[in-house]
Design a protein around this ligand. Structure first.
Ligand SMILES: C[S@@+](CC[C@H](N)C(=O)[O-])C[C@H]1O[C@@H](n2cnc3c(N)ncnc32)[C@H](O)[C@@H]1O
Length: 352
């Protein structure tokens, strides 16, 4: 079951709008004629804007994502100038740029993302930095990638899970029930299965299982409603699905603090992207590819992920010493500046 409190704050923020921490010059306010949530700089536009303003604007702001628990993560990672580090979830590059700042000329940073857009952005902010190695890949393939690079074990690995605020707020990506768009939800836009496929193609029982796994107690009713609706015509948009969630909730559910579509959208996203299975493979990959004393740090945004990470570090035969018993949560100041951080938890371990 997904823990109520943490999931609640994750989704409420995720669907609220740009985090206030992204800074000025972030997602364009007016949208330039694009649909809601689509008014973002492209990497090329951002590069031009950055140069035009002589660097007086942040890449975080231009990209539209404020890094979460960055200070805590960097302190725990304590990069050595000549080390090899992995940022398994490049996103807007907030973590990567901070790690690069601490590396000397012989240090290296391997940065991964399964969405090609963050890699194009990194081409703009870090294109000429030969210490930065970019790979488009699922982090579940960490072992294979490091093997390809013949790099030897890493000194530290970080992962900041889930979609970035930028991905979340782009209606065309279909992550948010507040921005009407195609029912997509793929982190990797080339992966073959979308949320539309699951919603319209799965047997009712399978759909119910996925929804239940996300902690929605209305799973049976929702799955029945979805099947009835798709019998009339395929369900194509986030708006249509959200309307069904509201209907399944009834007046009582609609009065709850958490939006009735919250858990449904989260569970579908996790299923579309196989998020828990990728995370499990990633943790194993990191285990086999860290130097003794090297650190693995993971920021998660909901309880199911966090439990996987916690159990991984807790295993007495797992090859790690947990850095903190309960993990670290963001400070009140950080949450005030960036409400998306509210449900984040950082866990870490040192390879022994
Ligand atoms: C929360 S954002 C990371 C933000 C980044 N730390 C920053 O400060 O800008 C997560 C990023 O990881 C990517 N991602 C999520 N799951 C992934 C996976 N299994 N493999 C590789 N990248 C993944 C997403 O596409 C997204 O760009």
């Amino acid at each position: 079951m997904v823990g109520r409190g943490r999931l609640q704050s994750f989704n409420l923020q995720a669907d609220k709008g740009a985090p206030s921490g992204v800074g000025k010059g972030g997602p364009r306010a007016e949208g330039g004629g694009l649909g809601p949530g689509e008014g973002f700089f492209s990497p090329e536009e951002a590069g031009r804007e950055f140069r035009r303003r002589g660097g007086a604007v942040s890449w975080e702001g231009l990209f539209g994502h404020a890094p979460v628990l960055l200070k805590e993560c960097l302190e725990a990672l304590a990069p050595r100038p000549d080390g090899l580090y992995v940022d398994a979830t490049l996103g807007g590059g907030g973590y990567s740029r901070s790690i690069l700042k601490r590396l000397g000329p012989s240090g290296r940073l391997l940065a991964l993302d399964l969405d090609p857009e963050p890699l194009s952005w990194a081409g703009e902010w870090g294109g000429s930095d030969t210490r930065l190695i970019l790979r488009r890949s699922n982090f579940s393939r960490l072992s294979a990638i490091l093997e390809d690079l013949s790099s030897g074990p890493a000194d530290g690995v970080v992962a900041d899970l889930g979609p970035s605020s930028r991905q979340f707020l782009q209606a065309r990506r279909g992550f948010s029930f507040r921005a009407d768009g195609p029912l997509d939800m793929r982190l990797d836009p080339d992966s073959p299965v979308t949320a539309r496929d699951l919603v319209n193609g799965l047997e009712r029982e399978a759909l119910e299982r996925i929804i239940r796994r996300g902690g929605d107690h209305r799973a049976a009713r929702l799955a029945r409603l979805i099947c009835r609706k798709r019998g009339e015509k395929p369900i194509e948009t986030t708006g249509e699905l959200s309307t069904l969630a509201l209907k399944a909730a009834g007046p009582k559910g609609r009065a709850e603090r958490i939006h009735p579509a919250t858990r449904l959208f989260l569970s579908l996203r996790m299923a579309v992207n196989g998020e828990l299975s990728s995370l499990g493979d990633f943790l194993e990959g990191a285990r086999g590819n860290l130097k003794t004393g090297g650190r693995l740090l993971v920021v998660s945004f909901h309880s199911e992920e966090d439990k996987l990470v916690k159990d991984f570090f807790k295993n007495p035969h797992g090859g790690f010493r947990a850095l903190w018993k309960k993990g670290l949560e963001p400070s009140e100041d950080e949450v005030r500046a960036n409400p998306r951080a509210r449900s984040a938890r950082l866990r870490g371990g040192e390879a022994i």
